[in-house]
Design a protein around this ligand. Structure first.
Ligand code: IK2
Length: 415
C-alpha cells in the first residue's frame, strides 16, 4: 500500500459512509447527503434522452478533455458571466463531477512539501486531496465577527491578519468554497478582494470551488474571484452540472482557468480517467445553451431553483426557530446548520467519548428519531473538530413531503 494512502486510511474514519449505512438501516428521513430527491428539469432530461438516441457517436469515446459541444457552451456561458473571452479548447477541462476537477487541480498544482491554505469549515476532500499530493494543509477558520450575529452565515468572516499569517514562501494555493458548504456563507466582493490581494502578494493560486454559484438568497450576489483584477491569471474556478441542474448522479463537472494552468489539469484528467461520459456531457451542453438563451428571465432554471430553495430554507429555519433552536441562516448553497447544544439527550451507545459530540448526536438522531443529518465537525481538521462539534447540517434541497416528514420529527422533540 502506498505511504500516502496508508496515511489517508489512518486519518479518515469514513464517517460519511458509516452515516449513510446507518440512515439506510433505520430508513431515516434523509436530510444528510447533499443531493435533491427530485428530478432535474425536463429540458436537461430531454436533452439526455435526445443524446442517447442521437446516433452511434453519442455512445462512443469523445474528445478526452471535454466534448466540444460542452466546452464551447461552457466557454460561451462563462465568458458572459465574467466579461472575459474564455477559450473553449484552451481554458476549460471537463471532469467527472466537481470532485474530480478538484482532484485534477490538486494533483496538477501541489507538490511535495507545498502548503495549501484551506478555509474552515471546508468540504472535507480538500484536505485529503492536498495530503495525497504530499502537500501540507494549513487551516484558517471562519468565525462569527465581533459584534456580529453568529446566526447569520454572512457574519462568519476571516480575520485578515490571521489569514495573512498563514501565507509563507511555501504556500502554493488557497482553497475557497463560495457559497460555502456547510455554512452557506457567500463572500462579499471586499472579502474576496482581501483574499485576492494576498494571493497576488504571495504569488499563490486560488482554487475556487463555486459549485453552488446559482444558489444565493435574499438578493445576495455571488462574485467570482477570477473576475477581480489580477486574479484570472491565478484562479482555477470549479463548477458542477450536478449542482447547477440538480443532476448529481450525472457526475459532470469542469474547471476553468487560463490555458497555461488548464493544460496541467488536462494532463491529470487524461492520466486519471481519459474522458467523461459522452451523452451526459452532451445533455449538459444543451442545458447551458438553453440557459444562455433564457438567462435573466423567469424561465431560467438558475433563477427558478434558488427561488424554490429559498422557500424550503425559510420553512425549515422557522420550524427550527419555533423549537427554540438557533439555525444559521445560509446566504447560499442548500444546507442549513443548527446549534444542538441546547438538546439535553442521553446519547447512549452512539459512539465513544473520543468522538465529537455532533457525530454521536447524529448517530442517536438516526437511530432514535429516524432523521439523518451530517455532523459539522466533519468539515473541520482533526485539531479543530472538538471546537466545532455543536452543530449539525440539514440539507433542504428535498421534496416538501421529505421536509415535512423531517419537520414532524423535529416538532416531536423537546429540546
Ligand atoms: N464541492 C462542494 C463544495 C460540494 O459540496 C460538492 C458536492 N458534495 O456535496 C455532498 C455533501 O456535502 O453532502 C462537490 C464539490 C462535488 O460536486 P460533484 O458532485 O459535481 O462532484
Amino acid at each position: 500500500m502506498s505511504r500516502r494512502v496508508r496515511a489517508y486510511l489512518a486519518e479518515d474514519d469514513d464517517v460519511w459512509f458509516q452515516l449513510a449505512l446507518l440512515a439506510a438501516e433505520y430508513s431515516a428521513v434523509n436530510l444528510g447527503l447533499g443531493f435533491p430527491d427530485f428530478a432535474p428539469p425536463d429540458f436537461v432530461k430531454e436533452a439526455f434522452c435526445k443524446a442517447l438516441n442521437g446516433g452511434a457517436m453519442m455512445h462512443q469515446y469523445t474528445r478526452s478533455t471535454g466534448q466540444r459541444s460542452l466546452v464551447k457552451s461552457l466557454a460561451k456561458f462563462f465568458s458572459r458571466m465574467t466579461g472575459r473571452e474564455i477559450d473553449p479548447l484552451e481554458d476549460v477541462v471537463v471532469t467527472v463531477g466537481a470532485y474530480h476537477a478538484l482532484f485534477c487541480a490538486f494533483q496538477a498544482l501541489v507538490d511535495e512539501g507545498d502548503e495549501v491554505i484551506i478555509v474552515e469549515p471546508f468540504f472535507d476532500c480538500y484536505q485529503s486531496m492536498a495530503h495525497l499530493c504530499g502537500g501540507k494543509s494549513v487551516n484558517v477558520p471562519l468565525r462569527p465577527k465581533a459584534g456580529g450575529c453568529a446566526n447569520r452565515s454572512g457574519d462568519w468572516v476571516l480575520d485578515p491578519e490571521e489569514l495573512e499569517s498563514k501565507f509563507t514562501s511555501r504556500t502554493k494555493a488557497i482553497v475557497i468554497n463560495n457559497p460555502n458548504n456547510p455554512l452557506g456563507k457567500v463572500y462579499t466582493r471586499e472579502e474576496l478582494q482581501m483574499i485576492a490581494d494576498l494571493c497576488i502578494k504571495y504569488e499563490a493560486i486560488c482554487i475556487s470551488d463555486e459549485v453552488y454559484e446559482w444558489l444565493t438568497y435574499d438578493g445576495v450576489q455571488h462574485v467570482r474571484i477570477a473576475t477581480l483584477p489580477g486574479m484570472w491569471e491565478r484562479t482555477v474556478t470549479i463548477g458542477s452540472a450536478g449542482k447547477s441542474f440538480s443532476a448529481t448522479g450525472w457526475k459532470v463537472g469542469w474547471a476553468i482557468s487560463p490555458g497555461n494552468i488548464t493544460k496541467l489539469l488536462k494532463a491529470v484528467q487524461q492520466i486519471s480517467i481519459s474522458e467523461c461520459a459522452t451523452a451526459a456531457q452532451e445533455a449538459v451542453a444543451q442545458g447551458f445553451e438553453r440557459e444562455y438563451e433564457v438567462f435573466g428571465t423567469p424561465e431560467s432554471y438558475f433563477l427558478q431553483l434558488p427561488a424554490l430553495l429559498k422557500n424550503k430554507r425559510d420553512k425549515l429555519a422557522s420550524t427550527l426557530e419555533q423549537l427554540g433552536l438557533k439555525p444559521i441562516l445560509p446566504q447560499g448553497g442548500y444546507f442549513i446548520i443548527v446549534d444542538i447544544s441546547c438538546f439535553n439527550v442521553e446519547l447512549g451507545d452512539s459512539g465513544t467519548e473520543n468522538d465529537p459530540y455532533d457525530l454521536r448526536f447524529v448517530k442517536w438522531l438516526i437511530k432514535e428519531k429516524g432523521l439523518s443529518a451530517i455532523p459539522v465537525s466533519l468539515f473541520y481538521s482533526r485539531d479543530h473538530k472538538k471546537d466545532f462539534d455543536k452543530y449539525i447540517r440539514l440539507c433542504f434541497i428535498k421534496e416538501d413531503s421529505t421536509l415535512e416528514a423531517a419537520q414532524d420529527i423535529l416538532k416531536r422533540f423537546n429540546p
